[in-house]
Structures are given as structure tokens and as C-alpha cells.
Design a protein around this ligand. Structure first.
Ligand SMILES: Nc1ncnc2c1ncn2[C@@H]1O[C@H](COP(=O)(O)OP(=O)(O)O)[C@@H](O)[C@H]1O
Ligand SMILES: [Mg+2]
Length: 243
């Protein structure tokens, strides 16, 4: 068996030691996959990516990247573990320019290497070049998401984690953002994303995990889950609201 790029094994994690939110969750992502996590509100999806990113303490179980144990790794060391994390909100500095946002994202690199990668970001995302000296607050939702992703990629991660990248976007923008993420996978960046937009996520991703009440519920190829009555039940049953 080949080693997964990301292997989350049986983790228990929560904001307080006496109140676990995740109860033995396991997830894996291979190097060339787009994997989605779906589930009702409050299921623990954000908590899971935050725990992988070292923002929520893991009390048991392990997280490994390319075979190295990175459980409870300090967030500022994520880049050395080849992980980048784009949170759902506040993922760009709106009062700074696009250029300043990118330079901040490259601040852990040497000056020359940082400049090279920022130049590459402008090449890969021309919309950012166009607005480079504008404050990020002038960007649309989709453009902000592009900036957040471009910044996350500056550290050249092997795994990009995103929490609801489609939140607040128009349906047209959702498919645009998803297509762009999908094309990243073809360049060798694996993606693990949380999504509320279940239909679109199942359509674009390779595999999907359904979480409910802090536990693995169902997982498999997205194309199979799209036709799964249990998946429909979890959503139609929960109505997308808190239970
Ligand atoms: N910062 C926090 N402190 C304490 N509890 C939290 C915090 N954030 C989320 N929770 C709780 O953790 C549970 C899972 O939340 P979350 O991971 O945000 O769910 P999801 O992303 O699936 O909607 C919920 O019961 C929520 O109230
Ligand atoms: Mg969430």
C-alpha cells in the first residue's frame, strides 16, 4: 500500500479537553486527489480542518503528512509540513493591498524567493495583477477567494485545505472557483475542502467524506455518493440546519 499524502487516523479533538467535538475521525488524501468533507452544520467539519492545521488540540489519534507525524503541529510550522490552510472567513487582509497581502504570505521565504513566487502568483492569477495596488476590500467574493488561494500557494504546499471556499459566491463563481481548484490538483497540489454546497462539491471532487456529530458517517467516490440515499437523508433530514 502506498503512503497517503495526508493520513488522519482516529482523532479525538475539541476546543476544551472535557468536551471532544471529533470522536475518532479518520480521513486520508492521496497526492493527486480533491477530497471533500460534507455534513450538517455543527458536524465538526471546520473543527477537523482546524485540528489538522494545529488550531484545535488533538487529544488522541494522529495526523501525518507523507509519513511524518504532524499531530498538534504549531500552525506557524504548517508550511514546513507542506500544508496550507485557507479559513472560511477573514482569509485576506482587506485593509492591505493585494500586493501587500501576497508579500505577507511570502514573508517566511528569502526575499529573492518570495519575489519570485509573488511574480508567479501574478502570472497564474492575472486578476490579482490587475488589482495589485488596490486594497483587498475592493475585490469581489470570488476574487478574495482567489487572493486567499494564491497566498496559500506561495509556500508551495503539497496539500491545500479550504473551509467552504464557495461560501457567499454566486453559482457561476462557485463553478469557476471549483474549476480553478480542480486545475491545481492536476499540477500536483492535493486538496481537502469543507463544503456546504453539496451538489457542486460531489460533482467536482474525487472522493467525499460525510461527517455527522463529530464522527465519520459515509465516505467513497463522490460519483457514488451523489446517488446515495443515505447522503440525501442526512441533508434532507437535517435541512442544512443545526440539529
Ligand atoms: N471556537 C469554538 N469554541 C468552542 N466550541 C466550538 C468552537 N467552534 C465550534 N465549536 C463547536 O464545535 C462543534 C462543531 O462545529 P464546527 O466544526 O464549526 O461545525 P461545522 O463546520 O461542521 O459546521 C459545534 O458544536 C460548535 O458549537
Ligand atoms: Mg464550518
Amino acid at each position: 500500500m502506498t503512503t497517503a499524502l495526508l493520513q488522519v487516523s482516529d482523532i479525538t479533538a475539541g476546543y476544551r479537553p472535557d468536551l471532544p467535538i471529533l470522536h475518532g475521525v479518520s480521513v486520508s488524501v492521496s497526492g493527486a486527489e480533491m477530497v471533500t468533507i460534507i455534513g450538517p452544520n455543527g458536524a465538526g467539519k471546520s473543527t477537523l480542518v482546524k485540528a489538522i492545521a494545529g488550531l484545535v488540540p488533538i487529544s488522541s489519534g494522529t495526523v501525518s503528512v507523507a509519513g511524518s507525524n504532524v499531530t498538534n503541529l504549531l500552525t506557524h510550522k504548517l508550511a514546513t509540513a507542506s500544508i496550507a490552510y485557507v479559513p472560511q472567513t477573514a482569509n485576506v487582509f482587506t485593509t492591505l493591498t493585494i500586493d501587500e497581502n501576497l508579500k505577507l504570505g511570502a514573508s517566511t521565504l528569502s526575499k529573492a524567493e518570495g519575489a519570485r513566487r509573488v511574480a508567479m502568483a501574478y502570472e497564474n492569477f492575472p486578476v490579482l495583477q490587475k488589482y495589485r495596488s488596490h486594497k483587498a476590500k475592493v475585490l469581489s467574493g470570488g476574487q478574495r477567494q482567489t487572493l486567499a488561494v494564491a497566498r496559500a500557494l506561495l509556500t508551495e504546499p503539497r496539500l491545500l485545505m479550504l473551509d467552504e471556499p464557495s461560501a457567499g459566491l454566486s453559482p457561476l463563481m462557485v463553478s469557476e472557483v471549483f474549476e480553478r481548484l480542480k486545475s491545481l490538483v492536476s499540477t500536483g497540489v492535493a486538496i481537502l475542502m469543507v463544503e456546504q454546497n453539496v451538489k457542486a462539491a460531489l460533482a467536482i471532487s474525487d472522493r467525499t467524506y460525510v461527517l455527522a456529530e463529530g464522527r465519520n458517517r459515509i465516505d467513497g467516490p463522490s460519483s457514488e455518493l451523489a446517488g446515495d440515499s443515505q447522503v440525501a437523508t442526512i441533508y434532507l433530514g437535517a435541512g442544512g440546519r443545526k440539529r
